[in-house]
Write a protein that binds this ligand. Structure first.
Ligand code: BG6
Length: 462
């Protein structure tokens, strides 16, 4: 019996990113990428083999078809398509994605393609410093143009950038080697400003090349609860959301900067260098949709000490202090714990501010897992996590919010952004360890079969 029904045509999906699943890091003419170095810690897997999707792609699409997903939220590796600083496309890289996308379409699965998910060509960082330079904007737009032209009619939804917050503030993604914490922060704001300009120019480019296609950014949704009901904590939580989320999305969606963000950036000396004509570029286009990544909520209280810019995450410095939420217990891998209602809170706020249709592009539960004697993984905890979050999506739709799809993070176990393969999110188990990639054989977890039923029923079971 089905408890929650979803609208007809709801896009049930699953998510990965290129650098976390593909491997084949030096095959098929791919150039070195900023993310190829991995976490740089002994004993933790890097992305060189990852889930070996580069060699298992056909089997993986067959598994997606068996699962029943309607959309596969995937990424292109920028360095596979544009390996060096010449800006010329790599035919072998395009051919890899040709076969993958054609087979997805043959199996009835829509590719939702992220152009830029943390990974970018090292050649561009070496040549001119990557996103610190405005030159990177031209390279990104050229890359986008190559993709839009080549895949016209086959890819109908594009993502400009995954999680600007992490993309531009993690040195392992940008390749920025700055060591002074204040200067690194300043660089991050300059880089994200350049990314926003690049996004708007790419949107304009898509409108020319393929007016029927849609495009939007993916946000690392920040739901920041005040630690107490004191107005000073409420204001601190607002400041945190403003600088960890809204500042970036305001530029990507509306092409403007809020009064508070402008004030804060000017006060700290972080306001980006702006050139004549930028405003026109930023306001000339508007995305078609918003992709939302959500794992857990945050909590903040009033800042009483001077801001420190030398902590992790680097964006956590500001007119707020992030803290544990006393109402939510941490889990093994999620120190902020589990907060399904936070998904609804955050998506309502996003809609109120941007009025864009939304799709959940990432939502998932990290666990330490291994195969049992029967090669099974009983991940009841993940099923409960996904079920509770999907329940909130259903409530959002009932309340009238335009949510048109949901993608589980992740389709398969993959190389976590900085914690390797011990931390697993997949519906499919990848048989490898941190140090031994073995054959990367695929095994269906219990959550795979559960999600298969949800999709078949178009709703959650009781
Ligand atoms: C999102 C990213 O931030 O969170 C993914 O888009 C990432 O690339 C995911 O893997 C989970 O984070 P982590 O650090 O556990 O891999």
């Amino acid at each position: 019996m089905t408890q929650h029904r979803f609208p007809e045509g709801f896009l049930w999906g699953a998510s990965t990113s290129a650098f976390q699943v593909e491997g084949g890091y030096d095959e098929g003419g791919k150039g070195p990428a900023t993310t190829d170095r991995g976490p740089g810690r002994p004993g933790i897997a890097d992305n060189k083999i990852a889930s070996d999707h580069y060699h298992h792609w056909r089997e993986d699409v067959d598994l997606m078809a068996e699962l029943g997903i309607k959309v596969y939220r995937m990424g292109f590796a920028w360095s596979r398509i544009m390996p060096d600083a010449s800006g010329d496309p790599n035919p072998e890289g395009l051919a890899f994605y040709d076969q993958l996308i054609d087979y997805l379409l043959e199996r009835g699965i829509e590719p939702l393609v992220t152009l830029y998910h943390f990974e970018c060509p090292s050649a561009l960082v070496e040549a001119f410093g990557g996103w610190k330079s405005r030159k990177m904007i031209d390279f990104y737009v050229r890359y986008a143009e190559i993709c839009f032209t080549h895949f016209k009619g086959r890819v109908k939804r594009w993502v400009t950038v995954n999680e600007q917050l992490i993309t531009t503030s993690a040195p392992s993604n940008t390749g920025d080697t700055e060591t002074d914490p204040r200067q690194r922060q300043k660089n991050a704001y300059q880089m994200s400003y350049h990314v926003a300009l690049a996004e708007h120019r790419a949107i304009a480019c898509l409108r020319q090349i393929d007016p029927d296609a849609q495009i939007g950014p993916v946000v690392a949704m920040q739901v920041v609860n005040p630690r107490t009901s004191a107005s000073a904590d409420v204001l601190a939580a607002m400041n945190a959301e403003e600088m960890m989320q809204n500042y970036l999305l305001d530029l990507s969606v509306r092409g403007d900067i809020s009064p508070y963000a402008r004030y804060y950036l000017e006060r700290e000396g972080f306001y980006p260098v702006v050139e004549c004509g930028d405003h026109d570029i930023l306001v000339a286009t508007r995305p078609d949709f918003l992709g939302v990544n959500y794992y857990f909520s945050n909590c903040a209280h009033e800042r009483t000490e001077p801001i420190r810019f030398d902590r992790f995450p680097p964006w956590s410095g500001g007119d707020f202090e992030l803290c544990d939420n006393p109402a939510i217990a941490p889990t093994e891998w999620m120190s902020n714990g589990i907060d399904p209602l936070g998904l609804r809170v955050g998506m309502r706020k996003l809609y109120d501010r941007y009025q864009l249709p939304m799709i959940v592009t990432e939502n998932g539960m990290a666990l330490s897992e291994s195969l049992d004697e029967e090669n099974r993984v009983h991940d009841a905890v993940r099923i409960e996590y996904l079920s509770r979050h999907l329940g909130e999506v259903e409530e959002l739709i009932r309340e009238g919010y335009p949510v048109f799809g949901y993608c589980v993070w992740s389709l398969m176990d993959l190389c976590s952004s900085h914690q390797g393969f011990t931390k697993r999110y997949g519906l499919l188990y990848i048989d490898r360890t941190e140090t031994d990639a073995k054959q990367c054989a695929r095994f269906r977890k219990d959550s795979f079969f559960w999600y298969q039923d949800v999709i078949r029923e178009n709703g959650l079971p009781c």
